[in-house]
Structure formats: structure tokens, C-alpha cells
Design a binder for this molecule. Structure first.
Ligand code: PLP
Length: 348
């Protein structure tokens, strides 16, 4: 009874979400700190608002605040979604038909492949070169290619492709290039303003990481108004609820909080990188709120399993010929000290 594409689908498996408790959770790149207090206030006041009424279908208050925060020409350059995963779903649904192709780098965000599979579309994964350099094949145009997705910073590596390179790739492709900037607030640069000048560059963002709002579900697309209005036609009418719209609108006005929070995480990331290297890990220099590391001699799966016995959850990832490793989210300083203490005593 199912569509063939659904019956054949290997479901995307998100990182483990154990019930809250004693587990030190460093596996899904959440922010270890709570969101800005203004956001919690906005949630409280939205909760006592008219919840018997449907929310604004286009989340106008959020779009106005986000356009302002990001220096965009206007709210019509933004589409709000139920997490950036929903935005990615809409992009694939809107651009890639059955039998057509979606391109992604590999190893990167595995969900992209699932989204292509749901469409009955094909995915082309372009394997990163040594040192996580993007291979030139990523820019090759082809008739069937309808969308290219580039996480920047990439997950699991935390590495970045420069703005100049993004412009160069978009210029060579005959299809949209989506820069998935889930982690861009932890990096030095981003591509948001490129959307204004380059019609086939789109940017996706999330409030799950840098704003500490993974539990709320809110993400958005920045693209030219034509793309926004086409994709708005295929979203659920009320894809974002009144509480999350109020919270996300408040979050967009917390630029000082955002800078401070990201700086704190970046400082911990730096210290964590140096300390992991001292105990035998090769750590890829990260521009995100996690690090990708490989140990010189120990089995990564065993380290992962051992940490789990110690109530510490990191992400073990295995990418066939590209090998395996551990992706560890940046926690608070105390959490990272606890991780390092356990690792030092186990590995020495
Ligand atoms: C590269 C990348 N893009 C998008 C997302 C999804 O974020 P959201 O929570 O907004 O759906 C993630 C989540 O981990 C991610 O790693």
C-alpha cells in the first residue's frame, strides 16, 4: 500500500535522546546553556495569550525581527519553519522531483539523503578530500541536478568553505545552492548577505544551536522573495505555533546575549581541543559547537561505549571508507572538565 520510495526508505536515525537525568549529553550539538531570559518571558506571555486561535501562518513578527537582525531588505526574504529540518524538507520537496538529483558533500548531514529518498529522487554524495576540502566535482552542473546542499560549518567536521568558494560554486551550478548555516553563529563568517546578490544562493538557519532552543523547534530560510513565496505554497498552513513564533521573535532581538553565549562556547571549544590533543586525539579545527576527533590508537567505538558506561553520551559516527570517529558537542566548562577527567583516567 505504501509508495515504493517509502517502503524502501532507511529511516534517518537522530542522535540518542535519553530521558533527562544524570547523563552528560554531548551527542546532538545542543547549547549547554539555557536560552535568553527574554525568550522565556515571551513564552510565558504567549502561553497566556489566545491559544484558542490559530497562529499567524507566516510568522510575520518573526520575519520582521529576523530581517532586521540579519540586515536583509525585508521580511519577504524569510520563510519560518518548524526547525530547519522542515525548511530542508520544503526545499527538497519544492525543487527535486522523482528521478531528479540532490547533491551533498560526504560525510555530512545524513538527513539530506533521507529527504531525497522520500521524494524518490537520487542523491549524489561528493566525498570530501583530505583535510575536509570540498572536491571540485561538487560544482559540476548536470541536467538532472536540481539542488545542492552544503552544510557550512559542516557536521561532523566543523570545517568551513569560504564565502568566495560558495560564490564560485553557485556560479558554476545551474541549480540553487543551499548553504545550511545551522552552526554559522559559532564561525567567523557566514553567507547570509550573499543571498541578496546571488539568485541561486539560499541560506538556512536554526534557533536550535546558538539560541539554545532545540526543544522549541524553529528554523528559517533566507532566499529571494520569489523562492519564499513559492515554498510558502507547499508548507503546512500553520507550520509554526504561536508560542514558538513569540519565542523566536524575542530571540532575534537578543544579539548581545547571542554574542556572549557563542564566545563562551568558542572559548570552551578551544580549550577542549587543546586538552583532547594532549591525550592522543587528532582534533579537526572546528568552527561549530562540536569537535570531530579521532584517537591515534584506541578504537572509537570502544571509547564511545566506555563513556556511555560513565553516563557520558558522545556521538560515534562511521562513514565507510572515510573511517569513523567521535563527534563531541561543546558543553559547559564543568561538563568538559568531567569528560576530560574520565578520558584521561581511561586512556592513560
Ligand atoms: C547541519 C545541520 N542542519 C540542520 C540541522 C537541523 O536543525 P533543526 O533543529 O533546526 O531542525 C542540524 C541538526 O543537528 C544539522 O546538524
Amino acid at each position: 500500500m505504501y509508495r515504493e520510495a517509502v517502503a524502501k526508505l532507511a529511516a534517518y536515525i537522530p542522535g540518542e535522546q535519553p530521558p533527562p537525568g544524570k547523563i552528560l549529553k554531548l551527542n546532538t550539538n545542543e547549547n549547554p546553556y539555557p536560552p535568553p531570559p527574554q525568550v522565556v518571558d515571551a513564552i510565558r506571555s504567549a502561553a497566556s495569550g489566545p491559544l484558542n486561535r490559530y497562529p499567524d501562518p507566516l510568522a510575520t513578527s518573526f520575519r520582521v525581527a529576523a530581517a532586521d537582525a540579519l540586515g536583509l531588505p525585508g521580511p519577504d526574504w524569510i520563510l519560518a519553519g518548524n526547525g530547519s529540518d522542515e525548511i530542508l524538507t520544503l526545499l527538497v520537496r519544492g525543487f527535486v522531483g522523482e528521478g531528479e538529483s540532490l547533491r551533498l558533500p560526504y560525510p555530512s548531514y545524513i538527513l539530506y539523503r533521507t529527504l531525497a529518498d522520500i521524494q524518490g529522487a537520487n542523491w549524489e554524495q561528493i566525498t570530501f578530500q583530505e583535510n575536509w576540502e570540498l572536491a571540485s566535482d561538487f560544482s559540476n552542473p548536470s541536467d538532472l541536478l536540481k539542488l545542492a546542499l552544503l552544510p557550512n560549518p559542516n557536521s561532523p567536521s566543523g570545517t568551513v568553505v569560504s564565502r568566495e568558494k560558495v560564490v564560485e560554486i553557485a556560479g558554476q551550478l545551474d541549480c540553487p545552492l543551499v548553504v545550511d548555516e545551522a552552526y554559522a553563529d559559532f564561525a567567523e563568517d557566514n553567507c547570509v548577505d550573499l543571498v541578496i546578490k546571488h539568485g541561486n544562493i539560499f541560506v538556512t538557519r536554526t534557533l536550535s544551536k546558538s539560541y539554545g532552543l532545540a526543544g522549541l523547534r524553529f528554523g528559517f530560510l533566507v532566499a529571494n522573495p520569489d523562492v519564499i513565496s513559492q515554498l510558502a505554497k507547499i508548507k503546512d498552513s500553520y507550520n509554526c505555533d504561536a508560542i514558538s513564533i513569540a519565542a523566536a521573535t524575542a530571540a532575534m532581538k537578543c544579539s548581545d546575549w547571542l554574542t556572549d553565549n557563542c564566545n563562551k562556547i568558542i572559548a570552551t571549544r578551544q580549550r577542549m581541543t587543546e586538552e583532547l590533543e594532549k591525550i592522543g586525539f587528532r582534533v579537526t579545527p572546528s568552527h561549530a559547537n562540536f569537535v570531530w576527533c579521532r584517537h591515534e590508537s584506541m578504537s572509537h567505538r570502544e571509547i564511545y561505549e566506555f563513556l556511555k558506561t560513565q553516563q557520558i553520551l558522545v556521538r560515534y559516527m562511521e562513514f565507510g571508507e572515510c573511517g569513523d570517529g567521535l563527534r563531541i558537542s561543546v558543553g559547559t566548562d564543568e561538563q568538559i572538565d568531567a569528560l576530560l577527567f574520565i578520558l584521561r583516567s581511561h586512556l592513560s
